[in-house]
Design a binder for this molecule. Structure first.
Ligand code: HEM
Length: 502
């Protein structure tokens, strides 16, 4: 079967042997530096690793297709959404967040849900999670937040004190914490979970009229979760179970499908909504803004090569196509910078030239050169703009989003947590969770929080109590905390509470 294939060096030179180095003897011997095949092989091996993603390092990807099922072109002029039945190729990467590349797929963690649409007007990346909200709402908090989910700088161990210290000092995290410690924090696998754009985005039509939207990807496979025991058992049995499940399902033709919906809010409605519609710690209630069908996403092809495609794919929330823009969500604003910068570090200046990152319609820029420029470097075409040379790429003003009037006070606007931050997690606990969900939530939190210092337990438990009396009381009981003291702390301002528990 290998008859016609010659093994070569990376420069294409046929290799006489790949089993023996060039040495001075049949048994012992000295190895010659002149063995360029050996030195190339060893040197390349030493350089096989690129930096893993600083977050979302462990993941699995697949190719597929997105098909429009409902005409929402009155709201959005994105070409790929223009007509019912229009299909667009996608690449999707699912991931866990805090663990390293070798960590277990069953860890309690949000799951990344990043979708790239290879549209005819360029790549559109929707870099979401399996949860509709997030822990923080200002990008400046992100590096600290992530540090607390990673390893202690001294012990190199995961650290419950770091974890809960930060969260108890960041009460706006309560909504996401409540989701994370429910069984939704351990989805069965990648196929059986929903995805969310989480942030609020702008949609605009050809008349430059705009609305605000949130994306929902509902799994047609049914949303399924694991309880803590199942997740622990899965970790012991197969730490790559979700990666395996996705690959195997696609190999056998059992293609996973997600029905895609949007919620739509006008700018007038946004002004009147009781919750800040741009605060990513909040949802828009579906009773206020129902899900409107948009399309269907099917994953139908595994990557040929994991590193080439899944490891090198570079999603960026700043990759937006005509018809779609960002919103004044401060967390999203920070993300518009962070990803491209991460790719410059992780993959290099010309990472958009890696096939998985290339746009279907050929990118035409005046950028040139840089490390690993491949594909011709745009040949003899001019490398500056403006130029007066016939046929050269020009900016097109029709691609600008609507103008937005901004009245601003420039300052570092601290946004301490307010009572409104506790309403949605409280409703989630009371109205959405059944008794078994609550029991799992309490046990999952207690078995983790018990490893933190007593004062941190008290501070955090006061936040649970503030969210819902039953929620806080049950955690206090599970941790044998003084409930009267928890109640008293819950009535203090966050500043007073922190002073008393520091
Ligand atoms: C990955 C930063 C919030 C979803 C990443 C990466 C960075 C980053 C640097 C690694 C990118 C790479 O190397 O390719 C940030 C910052 C955030 C933030 C600074 C807040 C200010 C969020 C939120 C979500 C999210 C709110 C979801 C709603 C993801 C996903 C990935 C990722 C899914 C993995 C993408 C992939 O599969 O390659 N983030 N992130 N991030 N982030 Fe964020």
């Amino acid at each position: 079967m290998f008859k016609d294939k010659k093994l070569t060096t990376a420069s294409g030179l046929p290799v006489p042997s790949d089993q023996a180095s060039l040495t001075t003897g049949a048994k012992e011997g000295y190895t010659l530096l002149a063995d360029a095949h050996l030195t190339e092989k060893l040197a390349h091996f030493n350089r096989e690793r690129i930096p893993e993603r600083v977050v979302h390092a462990k993941g699995a990807g697949a190719h597929g297709v997105f098909e429009v099922t409902n005409d929402l072109s009155a709201y959005c002029c994105a070409d790929f959404l223009s007509t019912i039945g229009k299909q667009t190729e996608v690449f999707v990467r699912f991931s866990t967040v805090g663990g390293e590349r070798g960590s277990a797929d069953s860890e309690r963690d949000p799951r990344g849900f990043a979708v790239r649409f290879y549209t005819e007007e360029g790549n559109y990346d929707l870099v979401g999670n399996n949860t509709p909200v997030f822990f923080i709402r200002d990008a400046i908090k992100f590096p600290d937040f992530i540090h607390t989910q990673k390893r202690n700088p001294q012990t190199n161990l995961k650290d419950a004190d770091m974890f809960w210290d930060f969260l108890s000092l960041t009460p706006e995290s309560m909504h996401q914490v409540t989701i994370l410690f429910s069984d939704r924090g351990t989805p069965l696998d990648f196929r059986h979970m929903n995805g969310y754009g989480s942030h609020t985005f702008m949609w605009y039509n050809s008349k430059k009229e705009y609305v605000w939207v949130k994306y929902h990807f509902k799994t047609d496979q049914k949303n399924k979760t694991m309880d803590a025991q199942m997740a622990e058992a899965m970790k012991a049995k197969d730490s790559d179970h979700a990666t395996r499940d996705l690959f195997d399902a696609i190999e056998r033709g059992d293609y996973p499908i997600w029905s895609v919906y949007v919620q739509i809010m006008t700018s007038k409605q946004a002004k009147d909504y009781p919750f800040d519609p741009f605060d990513v710690t909040k949802v828009w209630y579906q009773s206020d803004y129902p899900l409107i069908p948009l399309g269907k996403m099917t994953l139908n092809k595994n990557p040929e090569n994991y590193f080439e495609e899944t490891e090198q794919v570079a999603f960026a929330p700043s990759n937006l196509v005509r018809g779609i823009g960002w919103s004044p969500d401060k967390l999203l604003q920070g993300r518009l910078f962070a990803y491209h910068d991460a790719h410059l570090y992780r993959l290099g200046t010309n990472h958009q030239q890696i096939p998985i990152n290339m746009s279907k319609h050929k990118a035409k820029t005046y950028q040139r050169d840089g490390s690993m420029s491949i594909g011709g470097n745009q040949g003899k075409e001019p490398n500056y703009w403006p130029n007066s040379i016939e046929g050269q790429p020009k900016p097109d003003a029709s691609f600008s989003p609507p103008q937005i009037e901004v009245q601003a006070i420039l300052a570092r606007h601290e946004r301490p947590s307010e009572d409104i931050d506790f309403i949605q997690p409280g409703e989630l606990y009371r109205r959405v969770m059944n008794e078994q969900d609550k029991e799992h939530l309490i046990n999952n939190i207690a078995s983790h929080l018990i490893n933190a210092k007593h004062k941190i337990q008290m501070r955090q438990c006061a936040l649970f109590y503030k969210t819902d009396k039953d929620y806080g009381s049950r955690i206090a009981k599970a941790l044998a905390l003084d409930l009267d003291e928890v109640k008293r702390l819950s009535l203090l301002s966050q500043e007073e509470r922190v002073n008393e528990t520091s």
